[in-house]
Write a protein that binds this ligand. Structure first.
Ligand SMILES: [Zn+2]
Length: 358
């Protein structure tokens, strides 16, 4: 048995679907063949022991098909502020979101049983046991959902199990933080009335509410209403890297109090103390964030939230095939197999079971 089989890695965030349904080059990237493009394809997942995770459906701003402004290494100074993009039109957002969902369902079909879009915690556990890649359908931002929440019901029935209330821009429900370094996540308004209704509906349906990207006010508004664990699928510790995208100690404490979880983002700009987009960043920077969060709120509340195919990875990691190197780095820092099981998949399974209620 390889290390990958004994420690299946379940991950809080990837943007891989986008390079297939919105290819930047005009041509979709291969998913079932091993290439050196991007960070994820099925053969590289197998090599890295990547057993599944959240597959994000993202709607880029109409003016640009570049989802994440940080995908050009060296393009940012140490101090930066990227202005918030405008809110999206509902019809446009829904069209792109449906394209993203279709992309995931087509991959599932074409995989002939190698990938499964999972809808319950039991399905997740079974997929991990059987070595089937478990994909959680996640929306990164709620722009494709109408304020009456009709689409939410329909998307839930189709398999939506995780929803970011906002990406880094405003929408009718919530506001996201601009990418800014250094900066506090307290950058703007909290939830609207529609946003509060959305949180309640997600609780009722059992849809995970993802608080990565939301303003600090939005985070606390959600904390005041939601009955579910507080979750940031891909973020880091603000005390170590003062980016707007990272969580303050108070936010981390609230995550612990609700039995929630932080998926640690591997984006170098959210790891490094200096915030620089420097790919030559050691793996120990990821360990530093895991360590800090584990010490502050407990080993049961930290996991991976890579941001593969959406961010700048440390060179030593490279892509998903490099995950065993990160596990070795954690072992070198004193993490035993018990702790590694929690970080790689057990914590996510527990929190998803509690959130989804089935
Ligand atoms: Zn993101």
């Amino acid at each position: 048995m390889t290390a990958g089989n004994s420690l299946p890695i379940f991950d809080g965030h990837n943007d891989s679907l986008q390079s297939i349904y919105l290819p930047k080059t005009g041509k979709a990237r291969a998913f079932f063949e091993r290439t050196a493009e991007g960070h994820i394809d099925l053969p590289r997942m197998r090599e890295g022991g990547f057993a599944g995770g959240f597959f994000a459906v993202f709607v880029p701003s109409q003016s640009s098909l570049h989802g994440f402004p940080g995908d050009k290494p060296g393009s940012r100074a140490a101090v930066y502020e990227i202005p918030l993009p405008a809110a999206l039109d509902l019809t446009y957002a829904r069209k792109i979101a449906i394209r993203g969902m279709a992309c995931l369902f087509r991959l599932e079909t074409e995989s002939r049983g190698q990938i499964k879009v999972i809808r319950t915690a039991d399905e997740l556990s079974a997929a991990l046991e059987q070595g089937v890649v478990a994909a959680v359908l996640h929306f990164e931002g709620a722009e494709a959902i109408d304020p009456e929440l009709d689409a939410l019901e329909v998307f839930y029935q189709a398999g939506l199990r995780s929803l970011g209330l906002a990406w880094s821009r405003p929408n009718v429900f919530a506001h996201g933080v601009p990418f800014k370094f250094p900066g506090s996540p307290d950058t703007g308004p909290g939830l609207s009335d529609a946003g509060r209704q959305l949180v309640k509906a997600c609780n009722r349906l059992g849809i995970l509410i993802d608080l990565a990207h939301i303003t600090e006010k939005g985070f606390w508004d959600t904390a005041g209403i939601s009955h579910a664990p507080l979750i940031a699928t891909h973020a880091g510790a603000h005390a170590l890297c003062p980016s707007t995208r990272n969580l303050t100690d108070k936010q981390l404490d609230a995550i612990r109090e609700t039995d929630g979880i932080v998926g640690v983002n591997f984006h170098v700009g959210f790891l490094r103390k200096d915030g620089r987009l420097e790919p030559d960043t050691p793996l120990s920077e990821i360990v530093r964030h895991i360590d800090y969060i584990a010490r502050r709120i407990g080993i049961g509340h930290v996991a991976f939230g890579s941001d593969f195919d959406g961010a700048v990875m440390p060179l030593d990691l490279g892509d998903v095939a490099g995950m065993p190197k990160l596990l070795d780095s954690l072992r070198d820092h004193g993490y035993d197999e018990d702790a590694l099981r929690k970080i790689t998949h057990e914590n996510w399974i527990r929190v998803l079971r509690k959130t989804w209620k089935r």
